[in-house]
Each structure stands twice: as structure tokens, then as C-alpha cells.
Ligand binder design. Structure first.
Ligand SMILES: Nc1ncnc2c1ncn2[C@@H]1O[C@H](COP(=O)(O)OP(=O)(O)OP(=O)(O)O)[C@@H](O)[C@H]1O
Ligand code: SF4
Ligand SMILES: [Mg+2]
Length: 306
């Protein structure tokens, strides 16, 4: 349904550009939840921004394609991308408060969104979606955003995102800044929405939620895709040394024990090292790792896992 091919993106900055995504190739199969994981700064939001046509003005696509059913979205004009964002794909970001207009009720904004995009404004669909995210329509429709809790606003935002019947839902840290019980509740709801067959891209640092919701997991490290596999394989049999550290560092994923993370920091993206991107932190590094970058083969990019 959605396919990213050899995507490379830089951010222009004074001095050298920041090379944030390098040669990423990744498919998002229909009806599946694909999770993007990786530590802060690994390029997850940049990747979703490229799909949605929402890259910052200093972003430069150095190469590659974002194919939506064979249409390269990177070549489309702003009007087509705006239409794509609402009619084919919807996005839920972290900051739900900022997504709502404080001077209009939730109900009015849900219908306005339909009208703005030439979609019939179905009050019935609005009610049904609010119920789907376990909100009481009578209460929420007439409420202003500030009258709802953060968790309720975020759930209403998921309902809003579904209003135009998108084929793809992108969730970029949808539960960050919410309490743990609310987070878990939202993942229950997303799990129910997944049962309806909607294709989703989930970006989160909550690996327990990934284990629960995702069908497939893509692991990004410093803008490089280092592992791509089924969620079950990623959690039960992580192969890339970085994935192993990431999974074992996650509280509540490996028998509740918190393991130590990889020592050191990701490399400087203004000056990407030659060879394997993880070499400076890898405990298994050897001579050949520093000479050339391992390609992603059979779902893993590591010379020692061929
Ligand atoms: N507009 C920009 N200009 C310059 N650098 C940027 C810009 N946007 C993001 N970056 C940098 O690009 C890198 C990738 O950022 P991105 O937001 O895609 O990472 P992320 O994986 O989503 O991180 P997080 O988990 O913290 O949300 C980071 O080093 C970030 O600081
Ligand atoms: S290629 Fe080498 S440095 Fe890179 S992850 Fe594999 S073993 Fe570690
Ligand atoms: Mg991000």
C-alpha cells in the first residue's frame, strides 16, 4: 500500500547539513500495524513527515521515493498532498491540545473537518467514532477542548482522524505526556481499531505497547534502518546488536528487568562514519564493520548476522 524506496533526507543547517535518513527502504502492508522504533533523533518523525508531505522547510530530499499505490508522493504538489493527508491518510501527533481550536466545540470541529475536505458531514458517523474511542457523544460533542482531560482530547483526536475514513493512520507518539493508565487505555482502543483492518504506522518509545499492537517493527538507528521483522521476531529473537540493546533496555518487556543501554551516543549526523552506523557502540564490532556499511538483507543490516 505504502512503500518507501531508498529514501535519504538531510536538514540544511549553517555549516554542514544533518544527514537524518539514509537509504531507507521499507514497505507498509495493508491492514498491518508497522511500528517505527529507535532512540530519540533516529529519524522516525522525519520519515512520517516525508510520507505526509509535512517536512520542515529546511529538509532536503536527497533521493528516493515515497510510493502510495505507485504514486510518488515526493513529486506531488501541495494541494494533492493536502488532499492525501485528509482523504487517504490521517495523523495523530502527541500534542492533542494544540490540534484543537480552543474556541470551537469538539463536535463542530469534527463536522467542519468533513466540510473543509468536501466530505459529507455525517453526525451519525461522528457519534459512532466517539463511541469507538469510548467517549460519551452527548458529553463530548458540545464540549470545548479545555473542558476535556488530556486523555479525552487525545481520544477525540483519534476519532477526528478517522472521520474522513482514511486508509492509513499515522500515530506519532500518540500517548506521550499522558499518565500510564490513560496510555494503556488508548492502546486498548487502537487495538480495537486495528481489528477493523486499518493500516497503521505507530511511532512510540513505549515498547510494551509495540509488543501488544504491532504486526511488524522497523528499527531505526541514526537514520538507518537496521532491522525489519515481525513484532514477534523482534521481541523474541532480536538479531541486530542495536535491537538487542533496545529491547533489553525496555522496562516491562523482558521479564520486567531493566537492562543497561548501549554505552556512548549515536554518531554525529553532520559527519556520518564510514562503515556500519552502529560500530562506535557495538560490542561485537570487528575490522570489516568499519570498512563498509552492511546492507539490509533478510531484515537485518549487520555483517555478523548474514
Ligand atoms: N527542522 C530541522 N532542522 C534541523 N534538524 C532537525 C529538524 N528536525 C529534526 N531535526 C533533527 O533531525 C534528527 C531526526 O529528528 P526526528 O525528529 O526525525 O527524530 P525522532 O526519531 O522522531 O526523535 P524523537 O524520538 O525525539 O521524536 C534529530 O537529530 C533532530 O534534532
Ligand atoms: S556490522 Fe559490525 S558493528 Fe555493525 S552491528 Fe554488526 S557487528 Fe556491530
Ligand atoms: Mg519524533
Amino acid at each position: 500500500m505504502l512503500s518507501i524506496r531508498n529514501l535519504s533526507i538531510d536538514y540544511e543547517l549553517p555549516g554542514a547539513p544533518l544527514s537524518v535518513l539514509r537509504d531507507v527502504t521499507l514497505d507498509f502492508p495493508q491492514g498491518q500495524v508497522t511500528a517505527l522504533i529507535g532512540e530519540s533523533g533516529s529519524g522516525k518523525t522525519t520519515l512520517t513527515g516525508a510520507v505526509l508531505g509535512l517536512l520542515s522547510s529546511n529538509a532536503r530530499v536527497r533521493g528516493g521515493q515515497v510510493l502510495w499505490k505507485e504514486e510518488n508522493l515526493l513529486r506531488q504538489d501541495p494541494e494533492r498532498l493536502r488532499q492525501f493527508r485528509w482523504r487517504q491518510a490521517s495523523v495523530v501527533f502527541q500534542a492533542a491540545q494544540g490540534a484543537w481550536n480552543p474556541s470551537l466545540t469538539i463536535g463542530a470541529q469534527m463536522l467542519d473537518t468533513c466540510l473543509d475536505h468536501g466530505f459529507p458531514a455525517h453526525a451519525q458517523r461522528r457519534e459512532q467514532l466517539l463511541k469507538q474511542v469510548r467517549l460519551t457523544p452527548e458529553r463530548v460533542i458540545s464540549a470545548y477542548p479545555h473542558q476535556l482531560s488530556g486523555g479525552m482530547r487525545q481520544r477525540a483526536l483519534i476519532a477526528l482522524a478517522l472521520m474522513l475514513e482514511p486508509e492509513l493512520l499515522i500515530l506519532d507518539e500518540p500517548t506521550t505526556a499522558l499518565d500510564l493508565i490513560t496510555q494503556s487505555y488508548i492502546f486498548d482502543i487502537l487495538s480495537e481499531i486495528h481489528q477493523t483492518g486499518l493500516t497503521m504506522i505507530l511511532v512510540t518509545h513505549d515498547l510494551a505497547a509495540v509488543a501488544r499492537l504491532a504486526d511488524r517493527v522497523a528499527v531505526l538507528y541514526a537514520g538507518t534502518l537496521v532491522e525489519l521483522d515481525t513484532a514477534q521476531e523482534i521481541f523474541e529473537n532480536p538479531r541486530h546488536p542495536y535491537t538487542q540493546v533496545l529491547i533489553r533496555s525496555a522496562p516491562g518487556v523482558h521479564g520486567g528487568e531493566v537492562a543497561r543501554g548501549a554505552e556512548g551516543l549515536p554518531p554525529d549526523l553532520r559527519d556520518r562514519p564510514r562503515g556500519c552506523i552502529f560500530a562506535s557502540r557495538c560490542k561485537e564490532v570487528e575490522e570489516r564493520c568499519r570498512a563498509a556499511s552492511p546492507p539490509l538483507e533478510n531484515g537485518v543490516a549487520c555483517w555478523r548476522r548474514k
